[in-house]
Write a protein that binds this ligand. Structure first.
Ligand code: HEC
Length: 487
């Protein structure tokens, strides 16, 4: 499986949000469009209803051959109606005129236009009355009509406002011929039509209200979806972090294991090589004394015993270092800080090393530091100093010199161990304090060491919250500076 990174996860999440948004938008626009079409259909149905209502009244009027109404200012006799008995008088001289169905429709149309915003119009391509003349749309619609298609509806603009326009044809029936007998129609012919136009604005207004609540619902659904996606992202993000953490942990543990393994290797190589030599020396020398005891002079025996003693000291030193180091590796060194006298510790260390110094005729100079008190761990400090001074002795030529100085400032004590020995090549200095790159060098008297000394010093000083620094150049002696915080 390809690795899922944080940025990839972000991208996928973003993609899902966009996808969700697009899906909703498409559905939204889709339903919006349906809604518009539905509104138009609804208005068209209203127009149709208006038309049939007109037809019913017309039929009623036509059925009676027209109706007589009193002649008034608004209702004058129809000049286009040329039949006898159009105008009649009652016995008491009241005047009545016959209203033909078309005339009735016109009068009703006036009311419906004024009061209901619905325009109805009776019209024909061949009209008697110019008031019935078709407008462009009616004309086109009537021209399209055949015996099978008698109905027509579109959205049109009238005076800049949108209307649903509807027209249905009227065919000649038997009853119509009473008055429409001069135009050559026969029953079934298309005579004309009634058009109904309804203003769309009020319906749009209703739609707008609907649209608002509809949009709010959509936004809520959108936000819920986005919320779920983000929660999903967060859950995956968390588990991803968890995974990374455990990966890091495993890497860390692997490194640690490698380290431990290399430490183990080092440990065994030290035991195998460094411990073997002094032991075999001790064994050989003591065997020599046992075998030749009677032939050996006292001075010779003393010399051998001294050599045995030297080897033993070195071996003991090495063993102690090994022990210290392994304890430090296992974090089993406990630090026990108390007020200690630096002078006392130094004296003790130098005493154990005096013998080797004498052997190589090396002079150890050191300040009187009796009054320097340090808040530190006595044992650790002793181990460090012993190792460092012993190292200096090892790498200083016969007749050389070692000086130990101490500087105390407010809260830092700096111990400097300086020798005029063989020195160390500059580029090798960093490797001295690192076990993995460390290699043993032989001392000026061909003394062999484990190389553990400096590493232990570094670890111990770091445990005391101090720092160790080595300054050296080949053949220019070595200066080791330890700085310890005095608190
Ligand atoms: C009582 C007489 C009368 C009867 C019945 C009658 N009409 Fe008319 N009709 C007229 C007159 C008069 C006009 C023209 C003047 C007007 O607009 O009033 C007219 C106009 C029309 C018009 C408008 C076009 C035009 O010529 O001006 C149509 C369409 C029409 N009639 C259809 C019919 C149909 C269909 C019937 C039968 C169902 C019918 N009429 C029955 C008298 C009549």
């Amino acid at each position: 499986m390809k690795e899922l990174t944080k940025s990839k996860l972000k991208l996928i999440t973003f993609f899902f949000i966009i996808l969700w948004f697009s899906i909703l938008l498409i559905i939204y626009l889709w339903i919006l469009n349906d809604k518009k079409a539905e509104t138009i259909l609804r208005v068209k149905e209203i127009a149709e209803t208006v038309f049939y209502k007109d037809i019913m009244y017309r039929k009623w009027a036509s059925f009676h051959g027209g109706v007589y109404v009193p002649i008034t200012k608004d209702t004058k006799p129809n000049e286009y109606l040329n039949i006898k008995d159009r105008d009649i008088k009652t016995i008491d001289d009241k005047e009545f005129t016959l209203i033909n169905p078309a005339y009735m429709i016109r009068q009703v149309a006036e009311i419906s236009k004024k009061e209901y915003n619905i325009i109805t119009h009776i019209t024909s391509l061949k009209y008697k009355n110019p008031k019935n003349a078709p407008d462009n749309w009616e004309k086109k619609s009537l021209e399209k009509m055949t015996s099978s298609l008698k109905e027509y509806s579109t959205i049109e603009k009238i005076d800049g406002r949108e209307y649903v326009r509807y027209i249905q044809g009227l065919t000649i029936e038997e009853s119509c011929l009473k008055c429409h007998n001069t135009e050559g129609y026969k029953v079934g012919d298309l005579k004309g039509g009634i058009s109904v136009s309804i203003l769309l604005d009020p319906f749009k207004e209703i739609d707008k209200k609907y649209l608002f609540s509809y949009t709010i619902k959509y936004i809520i659904i959108l936000l819920i979806g986005i919320g779920i996606i983000i929660i999903g992202w967060y859950i995956i993000y968390l588990s991803l972090m968890e995974l990374n953490k455990s990966k890091e942990k495993i890497n860390f543990q692997n490194k640690k294991l490698e380290e431990i393994n290399s430490i183990k290797d080092k440990f065994f190589s030290i035991i195998a090589h460094d411990l073997r030599n002094p032991f075999s020396q001790i064994l050989n020398l003591s065997q020599l004394i046992i075998d030749d005891y009677d032939n050996l002079k006292d001075a010779e025996i003393k010399k051998f015993v001294m050599m045995i003693n030297q080897s033993s000291i070195k071996t003991y030193e090495l063993l102690e270092n090994l022990l210290n180091w392994s304890r430090s590796q296992l974090n089993k060194i406990s630090i026990n800080k108390k007020l200690t006298k630096l002078g006392e510790i130094l004296n003790k260390v130098i005493k154990t090393l005096e013998y080797i110094a004498k052997e190589k005729n090396i002079n150890i100079n050191y300040d009187n530091m009796n009054d320097i008190q340090l808040y530190s761990d006595e044992n650790i400090l002793e181990t460090v100093l012993r190792n460092l001074i012993s190292n200096s002795l090892k790498f200083t030529n016969k007749g050389g010199e070692i000086s130990i100085t101490v500087k105390q400032t407010n809260d830092v004590v700096e111990i400097v161990i300086c020798d005029n020995g063989v020195g160390i090549e500059k580029n090798k200095i960093p490797g001295l304090l690192d076990l993995s790159t460390h290699s043993t060098t032989y001392g000026t008297n061909n003394e062999k060491g484990s190389g553990l000394g400096l590493i232990i010093c570094k670890e111990f000083i770091e445990k005391l919250n101090g720092k160790i620094h080595i300054e050296s150049e080949k053949n220019m002696g070595t200066k080791i500076i330890i700085s310890l915080k005095n608190n």
